[in-house]
Design a protein around this ligand. Structure first.
Ligand code: ZN
Ligand code: ZN
Ligand code: ZN
Length: 555
């Protein structure tokens, strides 16, 4: 026994000496080429569905260590917008990290119709890889459909793959797309009856020990407790009545009011899936991010690492309860506490002044349209079924054919091009006929042919945003735009996807190494973030980047 212990001790001694030597070797190299002036760690934070005005609406109730720390110590770009449509999660995350839009990175939606295989595909779905950490198919994911590099990829190339990249989010796409093609790992949360952080064979064949340890701890399970408001609900004057007509709610509870007994609601709401739809999903993400910093030794040497963290839960809460709900307010007050905990962890583990953080969102969200209607603001709901029936009837009457359309998705119409050419029709004529027809339909505000998106260059207005979201290879034949504050959605809860300010205006806060203190109302774009990170690191821009570095935020 003694012999076993002493040989283990010897092995440990050997490993730690070896590591120390490696670190010294790295430091030595760094001295020679001044890499030490760069941050040891970049942390990119994307809050799913965060509107810019959540910073200002809840400002008085935030503590000093979370959002306000970023606003006070760092730089606040107060007029930061998405510069394309559709404003959905997968294109949002991809555009933040690649510095370009769907026109170039190719992630045109969360799901889209693949014209070649004539099937709908999921942005991160990949049947060529296997799940790691679960037997469920939830791990069969990779970034293979993303055509361009992220700034994390460029950091890997620049550092000869020595700088690490780790991506974390409850949603697979929120973890995978930001981390890029060369990530050491992306981890996402498999809910259902498992409640585990998983990955795919795209990254590794087995979960590292720190992830296995995290999964076997009781951490996820410990959040099945009461969700009540963080502070006295009577003080939540920044949101609507707790019980109102514009909220969805959970199965198994009549009212949409605090408190929510999550243990009692668990079974009727998808098991661990329920946690995603509460602020505890953000806490669990923070717990896992802090474990990753330790487990992967992020920011420990002078070669810059990149950690991407996406907070997916605010999107689920917003979809369920709506922009003005008490539930959304409480989610942000609690997220503020989680951010404070993350920043304190970074101070302790990486050191104040050694890391750089940015925080933004993947899109914002509209006030519940039925709520806006009740206030006489033009808003409404799009009836997709009626739209398709009306259009199909027109095509049948005009062309005597009922199979000219292959697919409707993401406000685009995909035509049956083989049929069109077989009938001797011109593709552009059919596109234009549909545009002329549907512009008269209810809640259609604008419509464009795919052809027009490739034959002119738009530099202003909605046409520019549609064009930035239009990928010639992957997008459809006709693009249509709803009236303001119109959704294809349930009568309760908020959603997103348009080019209007309520969907495009999101926070951009930066702080830490290399970032000035200040704020601006000058318009910035989501695509400027990645080039700004590249500029801080002195590395190549992501290969398709179209944004500009924000030189006024840099020290
Ligand atoms: Zn989202
Ligand atoms: Zn409520
Ligand atoms: Zn959403």
């Amino acid at each position: 026994m003694k012999k076993v212990i002493s040989s283990i001790l010897f092995a440990l001694f050997f490993v730690s000496t070896f590591q120390a030597q490696q670190q010294n070797a790295k430091k030595q190299t760094n001295k020679d080429n001044t890499i030490q002036t760069q941050p040891k760690l970049i942390v990119g934070i994307v809050v799913d569905q965060m509107r810019y005005d959540y910073l200002t609406r809840f400002y008085d109730k935030y503590g000093d260590g979370g959002f306000k720390r970023m606003m006070n110590e760092g730089f606040n770009c107060q007029n930061n917008h998405f510069n394309y449509v559709p404003t959905y999660t997968a294109p949002g995350h991809t555009s933040v990290y690649t510095g370009t839009t769907p026109k170039y990175h190719g992630i045109i939606g969360n799901d889209w119709y693949d014209k070649e295989i004539k099937k709908s595909v999921y942005c991160a779905g990949d049947d060529s890889v296997q799940s790691v950490g679960t037997t469920d198919n939830a791990g069969k994911m990779s970034p293979h459909r993303m055509k361009t590099t992220t700034f994390a990829d460029e950091n890997r190339l620049f550092t000869q793959m020595r700088g690490k990249t780790i991506g974390i989010a409850l949603k697979d796409r929120g973890a995978i797309l930001p981390a890029g093609h060369t990530a050491n790992a992306a981890y996402w949360f498999h809910g259902k009856d498992e409640g585990r952080w998983i990955t795919s064979t795209f990254y590794m064949n087995e979960l590292p020990k720190w992830v296995q340890d995290f999964n076997s701890s009781n951490q996820a399970n410990s959040y099945f407790k009461e969700w009540n408001t963080l502070y006295d609900i009577a003080t939540y004057i920044e949101s609507a009545a707790d019980q109102n007509d514009f909220e969805g709610g959970f199965k198994g509870k009549e009212t949409v009011t605090f408190p929510y007994d999550l243990a009692a609601l668990k079974d009727k709401n998808g098991g661990f899936e329920l946690l995603k739809a509460t602020p505890y999903g953000n806490s669990l993400t923070t717990d896992f991010a802090l474990a990753a910093i330790d487990g992967e030794a992020l920011g420990k040497d002078n070669i810059t690492d990149v950690l991407t963290v996406s907070y997916s839960s605010p999107d689920y809460v917003g979809h369920n309860f709506g922009v003005s709900s008490k539930e959304v307010q409480d989610t942000y007050l609690r997220l503020d506490k989680d951010l404070e905990r993350l920043f304190k962890g970074l101070d302790a583990k990486v050191g104040k002044g050694n890391y750089t953080v940015f925080l933004t969102a993947d899109h914002a969200a509209v006030e519940v349209p039925s709520y806006l209607s009740s206030l006489k603001i033009p808003a409404g709901y799009f009836d997709g079924k009626a739209f398709r029936e009306q259009l199909n009837a027109f095509l049948k009457a005009t062309y005597k054919a009922d199979d000219l359309i292959e697919n409707f998705s993401n406000n685009q119409i995909f035509l049956n091009r083989a049929k069109i050419s077989e009938m001797g029709l011109k593709l552009h004529d059919v596109q234009q006929a549909i545009v002329n027809e549907i512009i008269a339909y209810k809640h259609i505000d604008k419509a464009y042919t795919g052809m027009s998106m490739t034959q002119a260059s738009f530099s202003t207005g909605i046409e520019e945003l549609v064009q930035n979201g239009y990928n010639q290879k992957r997008s459809g034949d006709v693009i249509y735009v709803y009236d303001p504050s119109v959704l294809s959605y349930s009568l309760t809860g908020s959603s997103h996807g348009t080019s209007f300010n309520y969907d495009t205006h999101v926070p951009l806060l930066l702080f830490g190494k290399g970032i000035k203190q200040g704020k601006t109302l000058k318009k910035t774009s989501i695509t400027d973030i990645a080039p700004t990170m590249s500029a801080i690191l002195g590395i190549s821009f992501p290969n398709g980047a179209t944004g500009q570095p924000l030189d006024f935020v840099l020290e």
